[in-house]
Design a protein around this ligand. Structure first.
Ligand SMILES: O=P(O)(O)OP(=O)(O)OP(=O)(O)OC[C@H]1O[C@@H](n2cnc3c(O)ncnc32)[C@H](O)[C@@H]1O
Ligand SMILES: [Mg+2]
Length: 209
């Protein structure tokens, strides 16, 4: 069996993981994708809110640094999630700084940023980062969703959902139900890869019993 910090030896119940985020909506979507899957029997995921620094750099660099820092605050392997919203006309900005832009400008303000540009396309990126312990090398799982930035529409008030219309759809993320969003979203795609990684890990553990 692979070493897990305090997550129990083979056969001692589910493997414990801690998802470190202060964002309840992220957590809700994560749990809704994991729910009802085989993984739920192998893993016990708890949430911890730790005030981690919002770092600067490219998204992968930020994700690695963040999860390594997060791993210092928990006694289980750590999971973090970083979301970027990248406007193609702005060469990928706001990117990983989207939270700050959204807080200061609001959704309409973000939409207005593209007023001077013909190209309204954008992509959302989600990176799940997993770190076994503070001394381990983090592993990243990246998912992207292409779309267009539109004037705010829809009821779901999660972050920038009302201004993001995924490619091939005439509704914004905020106008979709969660199940539909999960199928195509940056988060859904990143979680497909992360789930495959967790499944392989759980299978290895079962075989070693
Ligand atoms: O504690 P952490 O996990 O860092 O949570 P956060 O809210 O600070 O999240 P980020 O640093 O990743 O910043 C991403 C921003 O994008 C928003 N966001 C994340 N996922 C989203 C989604 O699927 N749809 C719309 N907005 C989203 C989120 O509310 C933040 O404002
Ligand atoms: Mg954050």
């Amino acid at each position: 069996m692979e070493s897990q910090q305090s997550s129990g030896a083979a056969g001692e119940g589910p493997i414990e993981l801690t998802f470190i985020t202060g964002n309840k909506k992220k957590l809700e979507e994560f749990l809704s994708i994991m729910e009802g899957t085989e993984l739920a029997t192998h893993y016990k995921v708890t949430n911890k809110e730790v005030n981690l620094d919002e770092l600067q750099g490219d998204a992968e660099f930020i994700a690695k640094r963040k999860v390594k820092e997060a791993a210092k605050h928990v006694s289980t392997p750590a999971i973090t999630e970083d979301v970027s919203l990248c406007f193609n006309a702005l060469k990928g900005l706001p990117g990983p700084y989207i939270k700050c832009f959204l807080d200061k400008l609001g959704r309409q303000g973000l939409h207005n940023l593209l007023a001077a540009y013909e190209d309204k396309t954008a992509y959302a990126q989600c990176i799940y980062a997993y770190c076994e312990s503070p001394d381990s090398e983090p592993q990243l799982f990246v998912g992207k969703c292409e779309g267009t930035i539109v004037a705010p529409r829809g009821e779901n008030m999660f972050g920038w959902d009302p201004i993001f219309q995924p490619k091939g759809y005439d509704t914004t993320f905020a106008e979709m139900d969660l199940e539909e969003k999960n199928k195509i979203s940056h988060r859904g795609k990143a979680l497909e890869q992360f789930k495959a990684f967790l499944e392989a890990k759980a299978n290895k553990r079962v075989k070693s019993e």
